[in-house]
Ligand binder design. Structure first.
Ligand SMILES: [Zn+2]
Length: 70
């Protein structure tokens, strides 16, 4: 008998890097209880791009940008 410990390692060390500057968002900084941490991180990165670079696509940017980052 043994136990397989399945730690959710896919959530660890996931970092989104801004392609326009050195800004990065660590997924670990977001609370899973508030929703998918990766989604929150992606939204934070989108906000950064909008605020700092004003290059984010307007309208519904999530679908496109999420695919690029993952
Ligand atoms: Zn940036």
């Amino acid at each position: 008998m043994y136990t397989i410990n399945r730690a959710p390692k896919d959530q660890r060390g996931v970092i989104l890097n801004c392609k326009l500057c050195s800004h990065s968002v660590n997924v670990n900084e977001f609370n899973e209880k508030l929703g998918c941490a990766r989604t929150q991180a992606a939204q934070a990165m989108l906000k950064h791009v909008h605020n700092q670079h004003s290059k984010g696509p307007t309208g519904r940017p999530m679908a496109q940008t999420m695919e690029r980052w993952y």
